[in-house]
Structures are given as structure tokens and as C-alpha cells.
Design a protein around this ligand. Sequence first.
Ligand code: CO
Length: 439
Amino acid sequence: MLRRIRVGDPSAASHSPGAIPGTRRRDFLRQSALLASSALGVRAIAAPGSVSAPRSENLPPNTPRWMKVQGEPVVSAPYGVPSRYEADVIRRATNITPTLWSSWSFTPLQDLHGIITPNGLVFERHHAGTPDINPEEHRLMVHGLVSQPLIFTIEDLVRLPSISRIHFLECSGNGLTEWKAPKEKTVQGTHGLLSCCEWTGVPLSTILDEVGFKPQAKWILAEGADAAAMSRSIPIEKALDDALLIYAQNGEMLRPEQGYPLRLLLPGFEGNMSVKWLRRLKLGEKPFMTREETSKYTDLIGNGTARQFTFVMEAKSVITFPSGGHQLKKRGPYRISGLAWSGRGRIRRVDVSTDGGRNWREARLEEPILTKALVRFRLAWNWDGGPAVLQSRAIDETGYVQPTRDQIVAVRGTNSVYHYNAIQSWQITQNGEVNNVHA
Ligand code: CO
């Protein structure tokens, strides 16, 4: 990202010998700030205001400083990055996992607009870190109950007819800390294992046609090329319905942490099944009973038994503004905004309560309202300065209604990890603080 200084460049010449030219020095400082922030963890980068304190000389009726000098040259950042005033909008890692390699990071939902998650902010969940895969050395092998086992290169796959779809991706562990007492302070912590992207790839059904799957093939083992060989069993119905082999995300090739160069995407199913770094599909008669569907990704319920193969992410919603950690500065009009989604199809309606669920009003759903995708909802609200509890409740096109916390606990108990989709409550205190509560 360092700008090359041309010989004879007046801006370079203006510096005394040995001095770091202005642009390079700024880059150096920026990189130092980033290094410091990664060493210290999350909120190490100062709030935008303190990058340089706001100066009245830049406010009307004055001409701001940045109108008096040339800006950064074109292509000073060959791959663009956000404004330095947005340095606080970042993924944040969980603090409850024992290793750096099997861990997860959360999407900053409180800072996003619309429904698309930028690639650099898509949540991560890895079981053995992110592999560094040379796409020319990567293959997809399809075998088992097929008439013709085949091995595909990435180039082979990209040449096949591709489609692009917008879908959410949610880890089934999203909200896992909320089964017991409220723990996470922000919506990034309570709901941030959730992202929504435009995905481009080849329908899995196309590949299954190529290999000619046998009628007794009912399940497919999907295996990743990470050091965990992350593996799940996929029902053939889903594979033939809307499953995709993805190579691109939001217009560019997948990021390494999202499965570069190839991942599976099972729209509406728990994120863990959309196996990243996909290297192998094996067709069989029965589920393969991998670790990630026997010891993990099962749901302990109240009576001590467990549910297995709970694939669909049921309808859910959350208010992202105002949400935990926000501070309302004065009473008056606000626009409540949030996200709703369902693994079973489209969102039909979202209701919002500002009094802890006693009264509900229907929110406005923003276009587009796509199947198995995030939907943005908004509702005008006047804060009278008193205490309030904000909630949202999603209803999907099947008629399924997002449960209250009491309803889900009555069925599931409090010892599950996965598939927590209860209504979220944000309490507004009299001084405008917003807190995560279980109402
Ligand atoms: Co499940």
C-alpha cells in the first residue's frame, strides 16, 4: 500500500533527506495502529473522533482543510479499504474458546446497513484454522454411489453454468451464550455469527448429474481440506434442491477464511454444513456419523436426550439499532432497525414491541425480501425518556412465529448450545443506556 515516490516528484523533493515522505509516514502510522490493535485485541483503535479532534475551522462557513490540498493519489490503495474513521467496525473474536484455531469471530451487525455483509466482516468459524490453499493444487473428488467418479479442478467448475444467489449464513451456535443468563453486551456478541452475501457458484445438482448418482444414494459426505477435515452428512434432497458449490462471494473470489477456493453452501441450513475448502463428496446410503454430527452439532434437550440432524435455521430476528452498548442521547424520534431471516423461506412479517412484548406493531420490511436471506425492517419510534424494552418477532412464510425465551426454554431446557432463536430483548434505561436483558 506504500505509494511509490517518483524521482523528481515535488512532494518527495519537499522532504529533507532521510525523512519519511508524508504519505509513507501516514501509512506507517496506520499500519502501526493496526498492529497495536491486533496485539491488544478489540477496541484498541481509538474512536474516530480522537484520530484528530474535530476542529471548528473545518465547519461551515469555513472551507474545510481537505478542500485546500490534493487528496490521496488514484490507486494509492490498489485494493481499497474503509475510511480510517471506520476503524472500529471490525470482527471481534469470542473470548470463550481455548485455542486460536478452533474458534470464531462475530460480524458487527450494529454497524451494518442494508442486508449484505462486506467480505472482510463475514463471521468466521474454523475448526483448525484457515488453510493456505493453492487453487491449482486443489481438487474436488466426487465418488461413492455414482456411475462415474470424477475429479474436478477449480477451472473445470468455473466453466460450468453458474448462478448467483443472496443467502444468509448463520452458525447454529449463534446465541449460544444466551441459553442461561444474558452474557454478551452487544448484538455483535449475541447474534454476530450471522452474515448475508451474494454467492456465485454451480448448483450441486449439476455435478451430481455429471457423476450419475445411483438411486440408493441418500446421503453425501462433504469433507473440507482444512487440518480438521471438517465433515458433515448432507441429505440428497437438499443437494438436489438448492445446494451450491461456491467459488465467489460478493463479486470476488472467496476469501481464504470463507473457504477459498471452493465451499459448499446449503441455503437456510446451519452454517457448519456449508463445508469450506471443499475437497470431497462421497455418496452413500446412510449418514456418515462424523464427529460434527454426533459429539457436536446436536441439541441436548430438557429430558436429557438429544436431537440430531437439526439442519434448518428457524425464523429469527433482532433489532440492531438501538442495541446493546448504544447510548440514546436525548428523547424524541428514533427509527428502530433490525434484521429478520428464516431457513425455511421468506420472511412474511416482523412485529416490534417497545414495552417488553405487551403491545406489538408491524414493522416495514425493506425490499428485497428474498428466500433464506436477511431482510431489513424499520419502524418509527418516539422515546419518551422512560424505561423501555425493545423486542422484535419474525414470522416466516410457513406461518412459523419466532418463540419467546420462555417458550424455547420450556421445550429445550437451558443446556443446549445450538439453535437458539428466541426473541431478543434490549432494555433502555432512563439515562438512555441499552442493555441485553432476558425479559
Ligand atoms: Co443443528
